[in-house]
Design a protein around this ligand. Sequence first.
Ligand SMILES: C[S@@+](CC[C@H](N)C(=O)[O-])C[C@H]1O[C@@H](n2cnc3c(N)ncnc32)[C@H](O)[C@@H]1O
Length: 372
Amino acid sequence: MTTPTMDPVLERPFDGEALVGRLFEQTLGAFELFNVYIGDRLGLYRALADDGSATPEQLAQRAGIAARYAREWLEQQATAGIIEVDDPAAEEEHRSYSLPDEHRAPLLDQDSLGYGAFMPRYIVAVGAAMPALLDAFRTGDGVPWGRYGDDMRQAQASANRPLFLSVVGQEWLATIPDVHRRLTAGPPAHVADLGCGEGGLSIGLAAAYPLIQVVGVDADPASIEAARRHATAANVSDRVSFELGDAAGLGRGEPFDLVVIFEALHDMSRPVEALRAARELLSPEGTVIVVDERAADAFKGIALDDPIERFLYAVSTTVCLPNSLAEQPSAAVGTVIRASTVDRFAHEAGFASTDILPIEHDIFRVYRLNPS
Ligand SMILES: C[S@@+](CC[C@H](N)C(=O)[O-])C[C@H]1O[C@@H](n2cnc3c(N)ncnc32)[C@H](O)[C@@H]1O
């Protein structure tokens, strides 16, 4: 008799009924996320927050949507516990709905570390790219970042935005004394942000360090266009510029005092080339910081009790691995980038050693790559 495989969380052999229950819960979650997406994209939460409680007709008027859809969405949101209803027993057209104060920041405050309304955009973006993904699984080709569209770019930018605005410059770099000293001293330090996406880190660093000059580089044209718009809106375009191109191809001007690669090394087809280029761009005292996913040290098998590892794998198959395979040859890293992989890439790129800095974050690990 063979011993059945045990599910370490349920502490019983794999259970088909439990799996169906789990799939139902996750399907429910996905449908509810689509409704959050609708509320976010159509400004329905904003309309409730700015002008107070609303009947279906009032919400429809304020947001410019059809009244019948407004009514169904409001009922759905109340049923899901996202908004409040004054009197569930009232006539359907006369019920009034409001946004609880506790849900304002998660749904509306993009600068808050507690913001969450961007999350459904990932799901919508992956759904839209699914035909290309299925082809990629069959052929081994990739799916470029741009194929996931604005929803993916904006979800990514929103996910890290509060960290860029108030944590990386203000807290993380301040714990690295020589880097902090250089960024605060004159002459102005030069910083490169490779794989900058919509430029949130470049802009956040410029705000935290008023002397520095930052160049962000990304291979995705729409990201660079958005980054330039954001820099102008943030009034830092005199010190922050963006270049379209490969991270490994940033032209040499002034050497860089700091090169940062934030949540992008694992997406790059040729990460060793990017790191080698980063090393060659440095001034004699310059530093390379890589921030990437806090993946476990090794594959764990079943990891139902580790939502981060599960999240990284689920994103890897659908976004980051296909993204890194979009150019060939490719190291085909994927989201689950382990500390040993970063260390190996750094050595192959000519760095003498890699330190993992004592900076705590649920998702990210911060590496310092030492040129000598
Ligand atoms: C997950 S996003 C991270 C963006 C940004 N650093 C952030 O944290 O929000 C990865 C980015 O890397 C960019 N990228 C991937 N390969 C690249 C390469 N070889 N050169 C420049 N950018 C690259 C993608 O276009 C994408 O914008």
